[in-house]
Design a protein around this ligand. Structure first.
Ligand code: IVH
Length: 698
């Protein structure tokens, strides 16, 4: 490799690693598997070792990835400096490198006898707790290693982190570091809820843990079932000789410390520990991604010291995610709501970590190129905690002679339109958004979804409406007649009537911000729609806004601004807006209306748990009837509205203060009764199943 080649490759590697750090630590949506990431990092380190003159201060080999969340200057969390830098660990996938680590440590320690503390490597997000006078003082994330985000309020909601320490032999002030993680059971529960709410699920427990720790509502953090394990105690003049002694003491103060730690005396014992956990970790209730091996004697740790990024006295042995090797049968090119074309591999079914894998995403043509995929190749698939399996490599020795590369289509596989690719984007798009069936159906599904117009018709129903040619865009929905609906297989009078009624209801009750989200402008999610609605107040003002005016809005960057301009520049979209206006949809922020009733006037209500509608909808409902919402139970609380899985602390407090509990049904009855308005209560009827077709109307 020449210096110039090294320079070029380093620049590439730095860009990819920096981007993937941001996606992993800040966005909690990683694009690379740990293994792929580590391979890139090893390559970077190898080049830097060969060309030390090319090493720069900002190299990812010298800094830890930053988790600091700092959106456009409005810091979500206060930041504080770490007293001791918060570093990462050197890692390896090979046992021989663990042997090298042990040999290096013995050499550096000049033959002194020492032991190793072997521990599980918990797959979560790092945390640093400070205790002062036996009380939890502060909790910081790792941040960029020198400053961290203050997440103390959230951490106080994690049930196994004590506010007060037991005993009295703790140092006056110390730090203890560890990992916040989400056990599989809590992860499954959270993702089930997310799917019910039509939100994107978390890809794995690690992302769920770090995403949850950075929530701005501590109450919600408390509901997420996070746990903590602590593995590194630091402070001035601590009275311990060994790391394991420090952790044993921490455990005696009530701090959560893993019971799976072992002292090993030599490499054979380390390897036995590794091979034990390689199989047994599958039975643990939480995710682990390796083993950490630490020199146990604190004086020896001090003499080994640190590199810029990690301690020389510890190393991580990482488990490779389970892989399976299977032949690629064919590739489907799927067209999504936005027109993005995603290649999906059909595989010979193969067992992987307990499930059968038949399909795996290939993401985009760049990824196919990177894998050097050929037709008929045998491919390695990996799940690595993620839900959608991924092809990570091909097996070149199994390639058939003369095998050719798959050709990415130039035209939309559904409607035949020439595909386009925006500069800087890896995906191809079908630009025929008005006539390409999957795009139209996707737009309709999004429009009717719960977070949009909240007319929850199943995808099968929308498919029927589309196939019969009754709807081609969202405005067509409001022209549907009962006669048309009765032509659809399985639809009876009552179902058609309820569907039309629900559409009518959506016109009346959906506020502008949700309509704005519903119409499906690319990159305008729920939150952005809210911000835009508040800022511009009417759809006409938004339509007239210049690029500069759009960019002035908080959280609107160039991508969103351009997408909005493009959407309104399209005459067919403006036509749809005019039709929706005629139907009566809210296209402007409503003047503050008077309350729906006074049924709850003067009442203060605390809500806890989940209901048949979202918590936000519940709050709005109470407020519309004159009630006040409060976040904590006090003597002044009129009722605790206890939903499913209501918080035990709130229930206890309500009981001790004599605050009465109210169920959703009781509230519903109360609103119907007192207001005498049949629409005032919660209009939530379960859908019915008719001859195999399900339509759920809310
Ligand atoms: S010791 C100076 N012990 O893994 C670094 N880290 O990939 C001390 N981790 O940053 C870290 N389990 O967030 C240590 N038993 C364990 C661990 C552990 C998980 C995390 C930690 C670290 C990362 C490195």
């Amino acid at each position: 490799m020449t210096v110039q080649q090294a320079q070029e490759r380093l620049a590439q590697l730095k860009a990819v690693i920096t981007d993937s750090n941001r996606r992993y630590y800040v966005e909690n949506a990683p694009v690379l598997s740990d293994y792929e990431y580590d391979q890139l990092m090893y390559e970077l380190q190898a080049i830097e070792a060969e060309f030390p003159e090319l090493v720069t201060e900002d190299s990812p080999s010298r800094r830890v990835g930053s988790d600091l969340s700092d959106k456009k200057g409005s810091k979500e969390f206060e930041q504080f400096p770490h007293r001791y830098p918060m570093l990462s660990l050197g890692n390896t996938y090979s046992l021989s490198e663990i042997e090298d680590f042990a040999a290096r440590a013995s050499k550096a320690l000049g033959g002194e006898t020492f032991t190793y503390s072997c521990e599980l490597k918990f797959d979560g997000t790092a945390i640093c707790l400070t205790y002062k006078d036996g009380k939890l003082f502060r909790a910081l994330t790792r941040g960029d290693g020198s400053v961290g985000d203050d997440v103390t309020r959230n951490v106080r909601r994690i049930s196994n982190i004590p506010e007060l320490l037991q005993g009295n032999d703790w140092p006056k002030e110390f730090e203890i570091r560890g990992e916040i993680y989400m056990p599989y059971s809590a992860f499954d529960r959270l993702n089930e809820e997310k799917l019910k709410e039509e939100e994107a699920p978390f890809a794995n427990p690690r992302n769920a843990a770090s995403g949850s720790l950075k929530l701005t509502a501590p109450e919600e953090v408390g509901r997420r079932g996070l746990e903590c394990t602590l593995y590194h105690l630091l402070g001035e003049n601590l009275p311990f000789q060994t790391h394991s002694e420090a952790l044993d003491k921490a455990a005696s103060w009530g701090l959560p410390v893993s019971e799976h730690r072992r002292i090993c005396r030599n490499i054979e014992e380390i390897e036995a520990y590794i091979s034990h956990w390689y199989t047994q970790r599958k039975f643990l209730p939480f995710a682990t991604d390796g083993i950490v091996i630490k020199v146990n004697q604190l004086n020896l740790q001090r003499s080994l010291g640190y590199t810029a990024k990690s301690p020389r006295w510890a190393v991580a042995y990482k488990f490779k995610a389970e892989q399976a090797l299977t032949p690629l049968l064919s590739i489907d090119y799927q067209v999504g709501r936005t027109g993005a074309v995603t290649p999906v591999a059909n595989l010979e079914p193969v067992q992987l970590s307990g499930t059968v894998v038949k399909r795996a995403t290939l993401h985009n043509p760049d990824q196919m190129e990177l894998l050097d995929l050929h037709e008929g190749d045998w491919v390695y698939v990996e799940k690595g905690g993620e839900i959608i399996p991924k092809i990570v490599a091909v097996e070149p020795s199994k390639r058939l002679p003369g095998a050719v590369k798959p050709v990415f289509p130039t035209c939309c596989p559904v409607c035949g339109t020439l595909l386009v690719k925006d500069e800087g984007q890896a995906k191809y798009f079908c630009p025929n958004k008005d006539h390409c069936p999957p795009q139209i159906k996707g737009t309709l599904v999004n429009f009717l979804s719960r977070k949009a117009m909240n007319v929850f018709a199943g995808e099968a129903n929308i498919e029927q409406l589309y196939n019969m040619g009754f709807v081609r865009n969202v405005a067509d929905l409001y022209d549907l007649t009962e006669n048309q609906l009765l032509h659809l297989e399985g639809w009876k009078h009552r179902m058609a009537e309820r569907f039309l009624e629900s559409l009518k209801e959506s016109v009346r009750t959906t506020p502008f911000e949700r309509v704005l989200f519903a119409i499906g402008i690319r990159f305008v999610g729920e939150q952005t729609a809210k911000t835009l609605a508040r800022h511009f107040r009417t759809i006409d003002a938004l339509k007239e806004a210049s690029r500069e005016q759009l960019l002035e809005v908080e959280d609107v960057g160039e991508v969103i601004a351009d997408s909005i301009l493009k959407w309104f520049a399209d005459a067919s979209n403006c036509e749809i807006i005019e039709r929706l206006r005629k139907v009566g949809l809210h296209l402007a922020i409503e003047q503050q209306k008077g309350p729906a009733s006074e049924a709850l006037a003067g009442k203060t209500i605390v809500i806890s748990g989940t209901y048949s509608i979202s918590r936000d909808e519940m709050k709005a409902l109470i407020e519309r009837h004159g009630g006040k919402i409060s976040s904590s139970v006090s003597a002044k609380t009129s009722w605790l509205l206890a939903g499913e899985k209501a918080g035990p602390e709130k229930l206890k407090k309500a009981e001790s203060l004599g605050v009465p509990l109210l169920s959703e049904e009781e509230l519903r009855a109360m609103l119907n009764e007192i207001s005498g308005n049949p629409n005032a209560g919660l209009n939530n009827e379960e859908g019915e199943t008719q001859e195999g077709i399900q339509l759920t109307l809310f």
